[in-house]
Design a protein around this ligand. Structure first.
Ligand SMILES: C[S@@+](CC[C@H](N)C(=O)[O-])C[C@H]1O[C@@H](n2cnc3c(N)ncnc32)[C@H](O)[C@@H]1O
Length: 210
């Protein structure tokens, strides 16, 4: 990347300053090793949630709560975030982050367990937005569940779809990269979706469910 282009990219990445509570959750997430979304992705999630006045959102991969706080800020004030994570320590951190941000307890539903087991229990077409940000090798399963959960006009967001700059490199053939590269192409062709791929953070795929 040419230097001015790189400078523009960095400028855009740092354009939105996260709230203090989001910064704290981000630091906590980094400490726990559950890579939180950067502010460019968080602000995009907040915007998407606000654009559809989201009242019912599913998040796959709670982490320490950073992405959830971005989503909650964009959602309707009475909106409920259903968030799933397999790690109790991450869930505890997320609950603390929501409380520190003054989020009323009834606005979050934190579900523990393997997302592949939890998602089939959620209702078809009942959600305004779904964020996928958990174990990458299971993304194809999560995305198929997400499309089922979304109402018409709802938003699908999938993080890490450029996967550490590996997806765009045809020489990169490791399993995770191939899974995410193939998934991106499959989603691009999916007639149920209006897709785009944003180069924010590690790559945010976003689509509207037709
Ligand atoms: C990248 S972190 C999520 C970061 C969070 N979305 C944020 O931006 O603050 C991925 C999370 O997925 C969780 N996870 C990994 N495998 C999972 C699974 N099979 N089911 C549910 N959660 C899982 C991890 O425990 C981790 O907290």
């Amino acid at each position: 990347m040419a230097a001015p282009r790189m400078a523009s990219w960095t400028y855009a990445e740092e354009f939105i300053t996260p709230a203090e509570v989001v910064e704290q959750a981000t630091l906590r997430g980094e400490g726990l090793g559950c890579t939180p979304v950067p502010s460019s992705v968080g602000a995009t999630l907040r915007l998407l949630a606000a654009a559809v006045a989201a009242r019912h959102v599913v998040e796959i991969g709670t982490g320490a709560g950073a992405s959830g706080l971005w989503l909650l800020e964009g959602m309707s004030p009475d909106g409920v975030l259903t968030t799933i994570d397999a790690e109790p320590a991450h869930q505890r951190a997320a609950r603390q982050a929501y409380a520190a941000a003054g989020v009323p307890p009834q606005r979050t539903r934190v579900i523990g367990g393997d997302a592949a087991q939890v998602l089939p229990r959620l209702t078809d077409g009942a959600y305004d937005m779904v964020l996928v940000d958990a174990d990458k090798d299971a993304y194809p399963v999560y995305v198929e569940q997400a499309v089922r959960l979304l109402r018409s006009g709802g938003v699908l967001a999938v993080d890490n779809m450029l996967w550490q700059d590996q997806v765009a490199d045809p020489a990169a053939r490791d399993e995770t990269t191939v899974t995410l590269r193939d998934l991106g192409k499959q989603l691009r062709e999916d007639e149920r979706l209006l897709p785009c791929l944003l180069p924010a953070g590690d790559g945010l795929f976003a689509a509207v469910r037709r």
